[in-house]
Design a protein around this ligand. Sequence first.
Ligand code: PEP
Length: 251
Amino acid sequence: MSRRPLIAGNWKMNCLKGDGVALAEGIAARLKAEPPQADLLVCPPATLIDAVARAVAGTPLAVGGQDCHAAKSGAHTGDVAAPMLKDLGASHVIVGHSERRSDHGETDATVRAKAAAAHATGLVAIICIGETEADRDGGRTLAVVGSQFEGSLPPDATPENTVIAYEPVWAIGTGRTPTNPEVAEVHGAIRALAAKRLGTDGASRLRILYGGSMKPSNAEDLLALEDVDGGLIGGASLNVEDFWAIARSSR
Ligand code: PEP
């Protein structure tokens, strides 16, 4: 089964309007001139989704949110609902990023509810899971990632409305990555768990991204691994050349 890779940029809490629009326009221009063998997505801060979506309208560059609330609307000061993201032109939303789990105490149940809200709105949920360094050192990686997968996936998940991002917490923003065999082991384990939830055919269509210090120098090797179907990229997604080099590395 060949899965079209997804290269997704998580801009986190970076960029004001001018530089965010310029970054998105730079990527979109490259994408139009030389379409890669991958889908491309940028996830700017919520404040920039409207401007970025307008700037790249009519190009294949997709736009997503970095988080959404589990409710459609209501008394949740400062939060953003999935329908609001959709309204601005988003097609995807990241949920359960480790920074949300640690900064905001999000649990698997919270993440599952957010993913369900995304699905109910017609957004693709990119569900992040990954072990801490203590988990890895303690030999608990597969147990932790498996438990997060089970707990964070809503019952209505399908390969079309869901993408999994395996992001070892200790690799995010640190310049460190697991070895290729370690990445392959976790991705294979996630695919095996997905087969129990989605069936063998469903699991074979599910995209499982790797995230954590992916950059032009390591992207080709990581993206060549059998069960790695793209990347979720933080730091390197803030630079057109780096993000483009990663996109071009996909098989
Ligand atoms: C991320 O935040 O999802 C991420 C992978 O960050 P970085 O690429 O900077 O490690």
